[in-house]
Design a protein around this ligand. Structure first.
Ligand code: FPP
Ligand code: MG
Length: 305
């Protein structure tokens, strides 16, 4: 774990890891176990558990031990996140996840669908074992919003008239809300004030949007070496992300039809042409400015705590 804020919670993140292993060890069916072991061997950044634990710790003036309930909720959020990515890779036909073949690629669509629901159900059991109705309520609403974000995105593929506000709403729901909920659950379990909870909710939401704007920008402007996967995967699915939305918004009226034709081709050649157009237009700068604006907002929220 390279991010500096992980250092203060290394012990707690190790407990999350142990809890994940325990959840998966309960599975006795060897073929299912094989997939679960693979998921543990190709981990993500554990960002959602980290946000939950740090938000909990922030409720106390002095260093105090982190109870099992917090570790369980942090673990349940990771399981929920894993479930959403296993489904997302099937929806996006994505071959790579965490620098390794995705569950969809390795085991196919059917396994990915069932495994996503399996992970979600294991997450629910952990939440139930904590018995905090406010946390359950928060996470339930979050799952609805996650699905709304994913569904709205998929159902707007190829929609060149998508507004920037609608695009940002998708990012909030798809990524921001789960970050926000991770923070809020930490505060709920730590008995923090409603003001602290509101500031961390804003922090989590903006952090998630920043994360996703960068991910979308890199899909168009990044290269294989930086990304460790081929760029253009969202583009080839027909997803019209921020750099393209700004390009369409700022282009001369007689350029728009040509740009739409390029976008609709959804192939690596049209992506390369669009990449140059983004670089040479206001779009590149505007995308970076909006990301910086969100970074400022997230810093303001965290400084307010
Ligand atoms: C990644 O987006 C996807 C998400 C952050 C959310 C996916 C949500 C669902 C599939 C619905 C919820 C499902 C369950 C089982 C709770 P991306 O495709 O832009 O990012 P990527 O480049 O990491 O794939
Ligand atoms: Mg995806």
């Amino acid at each position: 774990m390279k991010l500096p804020f992980y250092r203060s919670i290394q012990k707690e993140l190790e407990r999350v890891n142990v809890a994940l292993h325990q959840v998966f060890e309960e599975e006795k069916e060897l073929k299912i176990k094989e997939v679960l072991t693979y998921l543990l061997d190709t981990p993500g950044k554990r960002l959602r558990p980290a946000l939950c634990i740090l938000s909990y710790k922030g409720c106390f003036e002095n260093e105090s031990p982190v109870p099992d309930a917090v570790i369980k909720i942090a673990t349940s959020l990771e399981l929920l996140h894993m479930a959403s990515l296993v489904h997302d890779d099937a929806i996006d036909h994505a071959d790579i996840r965490h620098n390794a073949p995705s569950i969809y690629k390795k085991w196919g669509n059917e396994v990915a669908i069932a495994m996503g629901v399996y992970l979600y159900s294991r997450s629910l059991s952990l939440i139930a074992s904590v018995g905090n109705i406010d946390v359950l309520d928060r996470i339930s609403v979050t799952v609805t919003q996650l699905c709304q974000g994913e569904l709205t995105q998929v159902m707007n593929r190829g929609e060149v008239n998508l507004s920037i506000a609608a695009y940002l709403d998708i990012l909030e729901k798809k990524t921001g809300i789960l970050f926000a909920t991770a923070c809020e659950c930490g505060v709920l379990l730590g008995g923090g004030t409603s003001g602290y909870r509101a500031d961390l909710k804003d922090y989590g939401t903006t952090l998630g949007v920043i994360f996703q704007i960068i991910d979308d920008y890199m899909d168009i402007m990044g290269n294989e070496k930086e990304l460790k996967k081929e760029p253009g995967q969202d583009f080839e699915l027909g997803e019209i992300t921020l750099p393209l939305l700004y390009l369409l918004e700022t282009c001369a009226p007689d350029e728009r039809a040509g740009l739409i034709q390029l976008i609709e081709k959804q192939n690596p050649e049209s992506l390369n042409t669009l990449k140059v157009k983004v670089k040479d237009s206001e779009s590149d700068h505007k995308t970076k400015l909006l990301a910086l604006d969100y970074i400022k907002k997230s810093q303001d929220s965290v400084n307010a705590t």
